[in-house]
Design a protein. Structure first.
Ligand SMILES: C[C@@H](C(=O)O)C(=O)SCCNC(=O)CCNC(=O)[C@H](O)C(C)(C)COP(=O)(O)OP(=O)(O)OC[C@H]1O[C@@H](n2cnc3c(N)ncnc32)[C@H](O)[C@@H]1OP(=O)(O)O
Ligand SMILES: [Co+2]
Length: 134
């Protein structure tokens, strides 16, 4: 059911510093910060030849990454995003297997303009999983 790895997301306490490190120290192709108010984050995409890295920084009062950064003040890997062909079919199959789909259960439009859903980290070996319909 899951396809390609779309991105690995890293929550960071200092977005400018993280961008500078990826751009100047690691020599990566770092995009511009993009506010995603529906998701409570500012994102920066880093294009790699085979996938992307998504830097995440909290946006607004109730950011879903604030608790993670409180527990991991230096930042850390926050989620992994897999591509699926049919996100509603994927959701129904996962819910039938007992996995918890986060939020309302309805896909939201993600940072690439495509529908996304999140699955509870406790149901996937401690890893928050994002699904993106491609
Ligand atoms: C724009 C977009 C895109 O790519 O298009 C994005 O990615 S937006 C990316 C941001 N959006 C999201 O993350 C949306 C989905 N996330 C959420 O709904 C939330 O962040 C939750 C995953 C439910 C976590 O909620 P909350 O921070 O309130 O934590 P909590 O204290 O209830 O956490 C319950 C347990 O899960 C653990 N936990 C929390 N976040 C975790 C993470 N990212 N990875 C692994 N474990 C995690 C906590 O340590 C805790 O474990 P213990 O009980 O053992 O201590
Ligand atoms: Co993401």
């Amino acid at each position: 059911m899951i396809g390609r790895l779309n991105h690995v997301a890293i929550a960071v306490p200092d977005l400018e510093a993280a961008c500078a490190q990826y751009r100047d120290t690691l020599g990566a192709n770092v995009g511009a910060p993009q506010d995603e108010p529906d998701h409570g984050v500012t994102v920066v995409f880093i294009e790699l030849p085979n996938t992307k890295v998504e830097l995440l920084y909290p946006l607004g009062e109730n950011s879903p990454i604030q608790g993670f950064l409180d527990k991991n003040p230096a930042g850390g890997i926050h989620h992994i995003c897999y591509e699926v062909d049919d996100i509603l079919a994927a959701r129904d199959r996962l819910q039938a297997s007992g996995a918890r789909v986060l939020g309302s259960g309805e896909p939201k439009i993600g940072a690439h303009g495509k529908p996304v859903l999140f699955l509870h980290p406790k149901d996937f070996t401690g890893t928050l999983v994002e699904l993106e319909q491609i």
